[in-house]
Design a protein around this ligand. Structure first.
Ligand code: CND
Ligand code: ZN
Ligand code: ZN
Length: 376
């Protein structure tokens, strides 16, 4: 391509610090180095985890930064030593990389990657540097991906090649929301047929948990949200009933215990709220209930529970990206979507041009949207 090996000037939404609107800036994107891939982003979703950074909930972030971790695009150029990916390929950047070599990658029971620690904690990856510059200032990378930009550069272990015919404005949700929720039910919880599930939080990730619970054959899926406007869509996805904790003036786990003969088999926290996490644990059946923490809680916050709650057989666990090994599974999930094994189109409530990104965040914060897709 004409741009290969050159700096690309393009637009990006730069986050200069917490509690400030994103600003669309002219940035420069350096060419990919060894083992790196430069991607033209075509579509990206807005996930609550991006908003957690904007609102200052995640304090280990270095600014300025380009957020976004749920995108899809087309490879513009590749650095030396990159194999299996070439210019023109459709790809999904992976916020959980899969290097294939680290202790996590080599363990079939883990899906995180030791390489991600570099990117997530200090705002860089790419050999501890960044390829973004704005007004002469170097701008950090977010979650190994940074999709709120026309062009991004990622490591080759942080990108999956997908089917040539994949609709990028839909399958971008396989880059986070859909996969995170769906996998939390089928991989992390391993929901059993006939079981009772409770899903706390009915946003894009929570609705995807419902898809997974339904596929796994749960007999009851109880959707829980403080915003009753979320209930109709949750029922379309497969929730058998929906309830609002605000409608009760007693501990919510007591309400769920009464409804379910003592507690649910699986409780999913898909909000990022410590009190809800504690309530979710208490809502599970004492003898065998499992709680899956999916929501991202503020940095350094702590949840508490009585150890006795675990001695009777409860389990508490968490999952990132739904427990899927990213490079292996993202291409397959894209094909499954194209073969209509599941439908994620209903997660998309809004579409906006990239320049209206702040409007997209307002729709999320006001509870009006599930997923807004930005097109670039
Ligand atoms: P979104 O904000 O769309 O959904 C959250 C839902 O929770 C909304 O419908 C709210 O109305 C509801 N809610 C808020 N407070 C309460 C409450 N106290 N009780 C009941 N309901 C409430 O968020 P999302 O679906 O995009 O993301 C959900 C969480 O998942 C969020 O914390 C995000 O950061 C996290 C996440 C995790 C991962 C992972 O890999 N584990 C990846 N991406 C996002
Ligand atoms: Zn996400
Ligand atoms: Zn690894």
């Amino acid at each position: 391509m004409a741009t290969t090996g050159k700096i690309i000037k393009c637009k990006a939404a730069v986050c200069w610090g917490p509690n400030k609107p994103l600003t669309i800036e002219d940035i420069e994107v350096a060419p990919p180095k060894d083992h790196e891939v430069r991607i033209k982003i075509v579509a990206t979703g807005i996930c609550r985890s991006d908003e957690h950074v904007l609102s200052g909930n995640l304090s280990n972030i270095r600014f300025p930064i380009i957020l976004g971790h749920e995108g899809a695009g087309i490879v513009e150029s590749v650095g030396s030593s990159v194999t299996g990916i070439k210019p023109g390929d459709k790809v999904i950047p992976l916020f959980v990389p899969q290097c294939g070599k680290c202790r996590c990658c080599l363990n079939p029971d883990s899906n995180v990657c030791a390489e991600a620690a570099i990117g997530q904690n200090d705002g860089t990856i790419l050999a501890n540097s960044t390829r973004f510059t704005c007004k002469g200032i170097s701008v950090n990378n977010f979650a190994c991906t940074s999709t709120f930009t026309e062009y991004t550069v990622v490591d080759d272990f942080s990108v999956a090649k997908i089917h040539d015919d994949a609709p990028l404005d839909k399958v971008c949700l396989i880059g986070c929301g859909f996969t995170t929720g769906y996998g939390s039910a089928i991989n992390a919880a391993k929901v059993k047929p006939g079981s009772i599930c409770a899903v706390f939080g009915l946003g894009g990730v929570g609705l995807s948990v419902i898809i997974g619970c339904k596929v796994a054959g749960a007999s009851r899926i109880i959707g829980i949200d403080t915003n009753p406007n979320k209930f109709a869509r949750a029922k379309e996805f497969g929730a058998t009933e929906c309830i609002n904790p605000k409608d009760y003036d007693r501990p919510f786990h007591e309400v769920l215990a009464e409804m379910t003969g003592g507690g649910v088999d699986y409780a999913f926290e898909v909000i990022g709220n410590i009190e809800v996490m504690e309530s979710a644990v208490s809502s599970t059946y004492y003898g065998c209930g499992t709680t899956i923490i999916v929501g991202v809680a503020p940095t350094s916050s702590k949840m508490s529970f009585e150890p006795l709650q675990l001695l009777s057989g409860r389990t508490i666990k968490g999952a990132t990206f739904g427990g899927f090994k990213s490079k292996d599974h993202v291409p397959k999930l894209v094909c499954d979507y194209m073969n209509k094994k599941f439908n994620l189109d209903m997660l998309i409530t809004h579409k906006l041009p990239f320049e209206k990104i702040n409007e997209g965040f307002q729709l999320l914060c006001s509870g009006k949207s599930v997923r807004t897709i930005l097109t670039l």
